[in-house]
Write a protein that binds this ligand. Structure first.
Ligand SMILES: [Fe+2]
Ligand SMILES: [Fe+2]
Length: 429
């Protein structure tokens, strides 16, 4: 009697331990190994194994074995009849000697008998087989008692839940992976479409061929230099590619005028930011602010831009970034009425206009990117590819860039003024 009580306490102790083992975030393999160890230890079982069921392969694959020897199969297949019977049986111990009618026990009779497997417990969780326990003879060689079988089934439930959880996690991971691939595919499609659009916009303007594509690339460079995250860099590139999409509705003869356009034509052309915004607004963009970049890419920090004459901090940041990329491309490409300006001249223009037209920190980032390429600190030939080697390697450009970078203040004076706290009442001097 006392011995029985001790065994009972021991077995329930093992059960509690198994419960916490499953609940803990240990490795799955470790949990299964421990569970076999606990069952064997609690009931003094000589050998056994825990298997996980693969419903795709219809087989039980051993996860942990103890004393089964090398010749015991590590993978045991189930036929549909076995599956059906095990599910009907539920999570209850089956005595192998009593179950010879089932195909499973006929097929594996020799292996089960030679290792003296007395109990087989299908781990059925929510009407699904998730695994099985194979338990050999006890050290005492006595048959399993009903109470021992109950303990085994209680432990089996814990193991079954651990396996079901693992299966669920694997399923979730698989879905997440599929989702990731889907999102990647969609992003690629979106980016390809954006580039196709940029090319279409550029086709309309024969003098500034490739303008949108280059502005996209310059925007990407600036965002990279600002150390934005990959998504934001991609977003900046898209904003650049699409900034002039509104030009699609402007008459070709105005865009391609080989002279300085008159006021009326200019008013027509100046509608393109607003039109671009309206074209882009209904589209769901994976990056924010693409429509705003189109709308405000001709605004200037000092309020002298268009269409709304916004001041510094009223202008969305992405629009300031695209404005710089756009202006840089305008200065560095030939126009019908104006040849491209020398690099030194352009750098000087950017420096002088930092704080007036351009956000100074954007100019700094841009010039720093240029300098890094020229000094070899950045091996990518981003600027050389867009501007040509000769243009980029013009004499004296490196010291000019260095001087410009040294002279520039990191923030706009306008930003500074705007950020001054507003006085609430009259100031008495
Ligand atoms: Fe524009
Ligand atoms: Fe532009």
């Amino acid at each position: 009697m006392i011995e029985d009580r001790t065994k009972l306490i021991h077995a329930f102790g093992a059960l509690a331990e198994l419960g916490s083992e499953v609940a803990n975030k240990n490795s799955f393999q470790e949990t299964i190994r421990t569970s076999l160890h606990l069952i064997s230890g609690a009931l003094a079982i000589m050998r056994g194994g825990v298997a996980r069921y693969s419903r795709y392969g219809h087989e039980l694959n051993m996860l942990a074995v103890r004393g089964l020897g090398d010749d015991f199969p590590l993978s045991l297949s189930l036929c549909l009849e076995d599956e059906r019977q095990f599910i009907a049986n539920g999570l209850n111990a089956i005595e192998t000697s009593q179950a010879k009618v089932l195909p499973f026990f006929q097929v594996y009779d020799r292996s089960l008998e030679s290792r003296k497997i007395e109990l087989f417990v299908p781990l059925v969780v929510r009407d699904e087989i998730v695994g099985a326990l194979f338990l050999g003879e006890k050290a005492t060689s006595l048959p399993y008692t009903t109470y021992e079988k109950e303990i085994i089934c209680a432990m089996g439930r814990h193991i079954g839940v651990a396996i079901a959880q693992r299966n669920l996690m694997a399923e979730i991971e698989r879905h997440a992976e599929e989702n990731r691939k889907l999102v990647d595919d969609m992003r690629t499609t979106y980016n390809d479409t954006v580039k196709a659009f940029a090319t279409a916009i550029d086709c309309k303007d024969k003098y500034t061929e490739g303008h949108s594509v280059r502005v996209g690339k310059y925007s990407e460079i600036i965002a990279t230099e600002l150390e934005w995250g990959p998504q934001e860099v991609e977003g900046a590139a898209v904003a650049g590619y699409l900034h002039d999409v509104g030009k699609l509705t402007v008459e070709r003869k105005i865009i391609n005028a080989p002279y300085r356009i008159n006021a009326k034509e200019s008013a027509e052309l100046n509608k393109h930011p607003g039109v671009g915004y309206e074209i882009l607004l209904p589209i769901h963009h994976p990056y924010t602010n693409v429509p705003l970049a189109a709308k405000y890419h001709h605004e200037r920090l000092d309020g002298r831009g268009y269409p709304d004459g916004l001041y510094d901090r009223e202008i969305p940041y992405i629009a300031k970034l695209v404005n710089l990329a756009d202006s840089f491309d305008a200065m560095t490409t030939d126009r019908p009425y104006k040849a491209r300006r020398p690099a030194a001249d352009v750098v000087d223009d950017l420096r002088r206009n930092a704080g007036k037209q351009f956000a100074p920190e954007l100019v700094t980032a841009f010039l720093r990117g240029m300098l890094k390429e020229l000094t070899g600190d950045n091996k990518e030939k981003r600027f050389r590819k867009l501007l040509g080697r000769e243009y980029m390697e013009a004499e004296g450009i490196v010291p000019i860039l260095r001087t410009a970078l040294n002279e520039m203040t990191p923030t706009s004076p306008l930003t500074y003024i705007n950020s001054e706290p507003q006085a609430e009442g009259p100031t008495i001097l």
